[in-house]
Design a protein around this ligand. Structure first.
Ligand code: NAP
Length: 278
């Protein structure tokens, strides 16, 4: 029988721990504050921003909300980021992506002070992770590490295979598993004999962005499978990059979609806001 890794429960535990920590900080006169910037009103972005603000309210982190019109210029956005960089009362700055096409996303992310880069996307944060220095870590892969640790799954010495090498998931995921002393292989669209590689994995993290891509032919008996993907299937039901029904019976533990990795991202964002650079 396989273990279902319950991301809803674990993310709630983390938020409750942070809430207590924030209460203690407030008693000592310290308040944490996150600035959230959204440009335009993309419906998906509005949902994500709303969820982030709700999580802030739950944990006790103050949130400053900047809902800017679609026609905001790059210069106006950069000016706001600079102002927030300079404000001592703002601990974290989050610019919701994607930005409208006329704004250079990279330029904006680079403008965020790495000491306030709670998303962990700034090259300085990524570099710090690569060379083992303290820094903000991208929230989704950080959430995967917490799922593993809090489910009693040992990473040290294990064969870890990450399927996907994006800058926000695959690459930081590989670096984090390495930091936990896993033996890590990163796969991508040019990987030859993908099944042979994934079948070596004790821990297989799938972030390929293709609905139900991974079936049992990619998985070693007894592996732990973490599904980062999130999609709507043909019946408009949420599903992941893993075909759960086919893969689960071959695993020792697996994350479901929904209720696996998804809820962890916001919990880890809250962790970054409360605990700062680690
Ligand atoms: P992405 O930027 O599209 O990256 C996908 C990666 O998969 C790329 O590295 C690509 O390789 C690789 N790939 C694609 N097809 C492949 C194939 N046939 N064989 C081997 N490798 C292949 O996606 P992402 O941003 O990392 O996101 C991955 C998934 O996670 C998506 O479903 C996304 O919605 C989800 N996600 C979830 C959360 C969350 O909070 N739960 C957060 C972020 C993302 P190349 O580099 O060679 O092109």
């Amino acid at each position: 029988m396989y273990q279902i890794i319950d991301g809803k429960k674990i993310s709630q535990e983390i938020k409750d721990e942070l809430k207590l920590q924030v209460e203690q900080m407030k008693a000592e006169g310290v308040e944490k504050c996150l600035a959230v910037i959204q440009v335009g009103n993309d419906p998906a972005s509005s949902v994500y921003v709303g969820n982030k603000k709700k999580a802030c309210a739950y944990v006790g982190v103050k949130s400053l909300s900047y809902e800017l019109p679609e026609d905001t210029t790059e210069e106006e956005l950069l000016t706001l980021v600079m102002e927030l960089n300079a404000r001592a009362d703002v601990d974290g700055i989050l610019v919701q992506l994607p930005l409208p096409k006329h704004i250079n996303e990279e330029k904006v992310l680079l403008a965020i002070d790495p000491n306030k880069d709670v998303d962990g996307f700034h090259p300085v944060s990524v570099g710090n992770l690569s060379i083992g220095r303290p820094g903000y870590v991208s929230c989704t892969p950080a959430g995967v590490i917490q799922l593993l640790k809090r489910s009693g799954i040992e990473i040290e010495g294990k064969e870890c295979v990450v399927l996907g090498r994006s800058n926000i998931v695959g690459k930081p995921m590989s670096m984090l598993l390495l930091r936990e002393n896993g033996t890590v292989t990163t796969c991508h669209s040019r990987t030859v004999n993908l099944r042979e590689v994934t079948k070596r994995a004790d821990i297989l993290v799938v972030a390929i962005g293709k609905p139900k891509f991974l079936d049992e032919s990619y998985v070693k008996e007894g592996a732990v499978v973490i599904d980062v993907g999130i999609h709507r299937d043909e019946n408009n039901k949420l599903c992941g990059d893993v075909d759960f029904e086919k893969v689960a019976p071959h695993c020792s533990a697996i994350t479901p979609v929904p209720g696996g990795v998804g809820p962890m991202t916001i919990a880890m964002l809250m962790n970054n806001c409360v605990n700062g650079v680690k």
